[in-house]
Design a protein around this ligand. Structure first.
Ligand code: URA
Length: 177
């Protein structure tokens, strides 16, 4: 372990344990599970949502509800396997009535995401919907903003945009650098 920006530099497993026991903000009090994220440590693509919903809270796994299933299915149609992607959220606990996380909750949690990005060093970090505005950028990492799958599921125009953006993402991943 080494010190990085005042945080101990951790492995993905250590981050996962810390998230599961995290009490840095109030959200643990109303949640069942911390949801650290999942996927390979050498993933080329990281996908980042805002925070877990009810089904993610029950299972401790990210994007397993309706929007997650839609995302997984759409990625597969473009040749991207979910198991090859690291999927996580900015805020690692669900919020009461799925409200938007408060700024202090984002500030408390975002170091976990930054450490995950620093360890995985993906080619592209894909930010879903509103999460794009909340995520501080790690220098040297490419960020790619796409429509949130829950919006793509509901609205035809959003779905068309979502598919076009995934087409772009695939091209980006296939480029040498
Ligand atoms: N599920 C998640 O894990 N995150 C989201 O942002 C939405 C659904």
């Amino acid at each position: 372990m080494q010190l990085q920006d005042g945080w101990l530099f951790m492995s993905l497993e250590e981050i996962s344990i810390q998230v599961q026991n995290c009490k840095k903000c109030r959200l643990w009090q109303t949640a069942q599970h911390g949801v650290p994220g999942e996927g390979p440590a050498d993933a080329k693509i990281m996908i980042v949502g805002q925070n877990p919903g009810a089904e993610e809270d029950q299972t401790g796994r990210p994007f397993v509800g309706r929007a997650g299933k839609f995302l997984t299915k759409t990625l597969a149609e473009y040749g991207i396997k979910r198991e090859d992607v690291f999927i996580t959220n900015i805020v690692k606990h669900t919020s009461p009535e799925n409200r938007k996380p408060y700024d202090d909750e984002v500030a408390a949690c975002v170091p976990y995401l930054n450490q995950q990005i620093a360890i995985i060093k993906p080619k592209v970090v894909v930010l879903l919907g509103a999460s794009a505005k909340e995520t501080p950028r790690v220098p040297g990492i490419e960020y790619f903003e796409i429509v949130h799958p829950s919006a793509a599921m509901r609205f035809t125009k959003m779905r068309e945009k979502f598919r076009a953006q995934i087409t772009e993402l695939v091209k980006r991943i296939q480029q040498p650098n």
